[in-house]
Write a protein that binds this ligand. Structure first.
Ligand SMILES: [Zn+2]
Length: 259
């Protein structure tokens, strides 16, 4: 088995940036494409135990439900609409059929961004609700924006740290997103915003790369001031109330986004 640490010698290293489940992290030999079996071309096949238990066919239903949630988020979610508009105005038009894929994933992740195909993976088995799908999509769309607009190099740990800081800052650590994702709690809300961003970014970096906590923290600290201050393309930290989300979307055209 190849060591995932050995990035210098593995040419086909998967370059995934993952949305993780809170409280779980993938084991060492369970990362990158291993977390997204369908990325390797293996269509999920129900096992004989699942057939016996009458669960066969569940995956197809999950996929339909997931695609319905994705569509619903694209139509309704202001942040996702803003992200789509900003991608388009930056020369990276977003096509729901081309750029989003509902797949069966490992239980450690709820979604991911695959820069090799420029696709967002929404995990149909671990992100079953519309709110979770919205959380995954808005997070991964920040990575897509950075890859497309900011020439992000996922192999560079500082770049990865930067885009995870931005995703945490603009989506996860906003009150609304935390609420959408079901991770809002009195503890989370009491944290300062900066702490929330650092903790979430560290979790994400460690899920995407087999680095130590110290290495992840060092990378985050190196780029934090610059990347925390970069609010493109949302233009503000969305907090406390949904009006911010609506306002960011309404102000989009002033920054050259939108139709
Ligand atoms: Zn991420």
């Amino acid at each position: 088995m190849t060591s995932v640490n050995d990035s210098s010698t593995s040419a086909k290293e998967p370059e995934f940036s993952q949305s993780t489940q809170s409280n779980s992290s993938p084991s060492n030999d369970n990362w990158g494409y291993d977390l997204y079996p369908e990325r390797k071309g293996a269509k999920y096949k129900p096992t004989w135990t699942r057939r016996i238990m009458g669960l066969e066919g569940r995956e197809e239903l999950d996929k339909i439900k997931c695609e319905r949630n994705v569509y619903s988020c694209i139509v309704k979610h202001p942040v996702i609409k803003l992200m789509m508009a900003s991608l388009k105005s930056n020369g990276c038009p977003f096509d729901i059929r081309r750029h989003i894929s509902c797949e069966v994933c490992d239980h450690a992740v709820t979604g991911g961004y695959d820069p090799l195909t420029n696709q967002i993976v929404v995990c149909q088995n671990t992100a079953p609700t519309e709110n979770q799908v919205g959380g995954v999509m808005s997070h991964e769309m920040i990575h897509m924006f950075d890859w497309c607009v900011n020439d992000l190099d996922f192999k560079n740990l500082d770049h990865l740290a930067c885009t995870e800081i931005r995703a945490a800052n603009l989506t996860h650590c906003s009150f609304m997103s935390a609420w959408f994702e079901g991770s809002a709690s009195p503890f989370n809300i009491r944290q300062t915003h900066g702490e929330c961003v650092k903790i979430k970014a560290m979790t994400s970096v460690m899920a995407a790369r087999n680095v130590t906590k110290e290495e992840a923290t060092a990378a985050i600290d190196r780029v934090f001031p610059k990347c925390y201050a970069d609010l493109e393309p949302i233009g503000r930290r969305i907090r406390r109330n949904s009006e911010d989300m609506e306002r960011a979307y309404a102000e989009g055209p002033m920054y050259g986004y939108g139709t």
